[in-house]
Design a protein around this ligand. Structure first.
Ligand code: GLU
Length: 527
């Protein structure tokens, strides 16, 4: 560690409006880690009354994937992470798509060349290969184009001014490279990682403008963050190694005084904790990795998203917020508003956060429990519609209430309650073996009869009282019969309040199911 460096303090100078950006590249579906980055940017901006900007970094034309931009917009909209400026609504720094800002980058790159901070390089791919081979043969560990090797290459440092001009006039292919100084420490104080110091001996002469005239990520990113007035760059840890280069660029461009503060977020780790979370891990453990479903336009491969898997946006937000940040209290449940209130960069951890899908499910359960009745009923109606099943609003509301505490995903309002719509055809064999006996058959037959002659409105209470009477007559307790009764009505040995179920399915159906079970199960036992 560099002990001469000032002690780490997070100082957010609030003289200017906070402006942050989420800057994905449209190379495919957004990984869940990208969503977390967007979320932290959003929370930080809103906490400080600032702006959250969406910029599309599409300068690598070879990696452009059609549909990816809409996917990004759709994902942010689903999660309620509304942007203040960006490709959708425009804004004072438009355009927000880097491919439309080509001239801006070229102008800055040419200025750097003029000021001797960058240079033209004309080397062909073969010449570059040759250079690497030469360096490898000389046992250079990291053979790159840098402040040493540049001297033996074809560029505007080694060639005469006339030859450079000739080549440019002739239309020879060229790139612009950064003239990285020799052996200088570049330092930056990251808001999460504290001081990062890198010697320029370890930075190569990065290409700023490619031969197609497009800028590289590094140049475009720095130029845009400056021109868009970005005050804080909050992004994934994979960009930390590039940060010193960016600092160097700010210095060379003369923008060091207004350079944004950096905060590099810890990695999302595999469920086992060893290594970075990948799409393959998600597949292996059977959980989504993308917010929305995605069909790869090239391979046709389909991936189900968190949305289609039944995760609620508020649950996913809450789960992601705590993957790398902690509120410093025991509180786990946070609405988006509460997250904005509580969020601070100081409480972002340095170490990677294990992706525990069970925790995501737990959050989903909690948010389902809190859902207003009408929303749960609406979920159930959607499920039923896809199964072409009719259901009255009253019945949907009653089912939702009975299952609310027992489900993790909205689809389970139907899948865990199919018995609300049809008599069971199969019965849990274990419960049959344990609880289906002559006594049960006798009591349930009596019960069916008693229900048949029951007068007045059929309610869960009436069903309960009637069963009590039958049991009293036989000198038996409720515990003796409940599971057999549940088995007959639902096919399984566990579930929500049994009398509530009876109320929903109605007297006739209860009687029908009791008789069906008595016939079917007794017959099976004898056979
Ligand atoms: N375009 C980069 C990405 O796809 C953005 C990195 C940054 O935020 O600086 O992750």
């Amino acid at each position: 560690m560099h002990s001469d460096l000032p002690k780490f303090t997070v100082e957010i100078v609030m003289t200017n409006k906070v402006r942050v950006r989420f800057a994905p590249s449209p190379t495919g579906a957004l990984h869940i880690g990208g969503i977390r980055t967007a979320l932290y940017n959003y929370l930080f901006a809103k906490k400080h009354g600032g702006d959250f900007i969406l910029r599309i970094e599409d300068t690598d034309q070879t990696r452009f994937v059609p549909g990816a931009e809409d996917y990004i917009l759709g994902s942010l909209a689903w999660l309620g992470l509304n942007t203040d400026e960006g490709i959708a609504q425009g804004g004072p720094c438009a355009p927000y798509r880097q491919s439309e800002r080509k001239d801006i980058y070229m102008k800055e790159a040419l200025r750097l060349v003029e000021e001797d901070k960058a240079y033209y390089a004309f080397d062909t791919p073969e010449e570059l290969d040759e250079m690497r081979e030469r360096l490898k043969a000389a046992k250079v560990v990291n053979p790159v184009y840098d402040n040493v090797t540049r001297m033996s290459m074809k560029n505007s440092i080694t060639l005469s001014q006339e030859e450079v001009q000739q080549r440019l006039d002739r239309g020879d292919p060229w790139v612009i490279r950064l003239k990285v100084p020799k052996r200088e420490d570049v330092r930056l104080q990251d808001l999460v990682r504290d001081w990062v110091v890198v010697n320029t001996a370890n930075i190569d002469d990065k290409i700023l403008i490619k031969s197609d005239g497009m800028p590289t990520y590094h140049l475009a990113n720095v130029v845009d963050d400056h021109l868009m007035g970005i005050t804080h760059v909050i992004r994934g840890e994979e960009w930390l190694p590039s940060a010193p280069l960016h600092v160097l660029l700010y210095r060379f461009l003369g923008w060091e005084n207004t350079m944004p503060r950096f905060a590099h977020l810890p990695l999302l780790l595999k469920p086992t904790g060893n290594g970075k979370l990948s799409k393959r891990d998600a597949l292996k453990h059977g959980f989504p990795i993308f917010p929305l479903s995605w069909k790869d336009p090239e391979t046709g491969e389909f991936s189900e998203g968190f949305q289609e898997a039944g995760y609620l946006p508020e649950a996913l937000i809450n789960f992601l917020a705590l993957l790398g940040w902690n509120p410093g209290t025991e509180q786990e449940m946070f609405s988006l508003e509460e997250l904005i209130e509580a969020f601070s960069i100081e409480r972002i951890g340095k170490s990677g956060a294990k992706f525990d899908i069970e925790k995501a499910k737990w959050f989903n359960q909690q948010y389902i429990k809190l859902k207003p009745a009408a929303e749960l009923s609406a979920f159930l109606h959607t499920e039923l519609a896809s199964q072409h099943i009719e259901c009255s609003p009253e019945k949907a509301a009653a089912i939702s209430e009975l299952l609310r505490e027992r489900i993790t995903f909205p689809a389970e309002l139907y899948t865990k309650g199919t018995y609300f719509f049809a008599a069971p055809d199969e019965y849990d064999e274990k419960i049959v073996a344990k609880k289906w006996n002559e006594e049960a058959v006798s009591i349930l037959s009596h019960y069916a009869l008693a229900l048949e002659t029951l007068e007045g409105v059929f309610t869960s209470e009436a069903a309960h009282i009637t069963l009590n009477k039958v049991l009293e007559e036989n000198n038996l307790g409720m515990g003796r019969i409940l599971q057999a009764l549940r088995l007959a009505l639902t096919g399984s040995g566990a579930g929500p309040d049994l009398f509530g179920i009876m109320d929903v399915i109605g007297r006739e159906e209860v009687i029908h199911r009791l008789r069906k079970a008595i016939n079917q199960l007794t017959y099976e036992k004898k056979a």
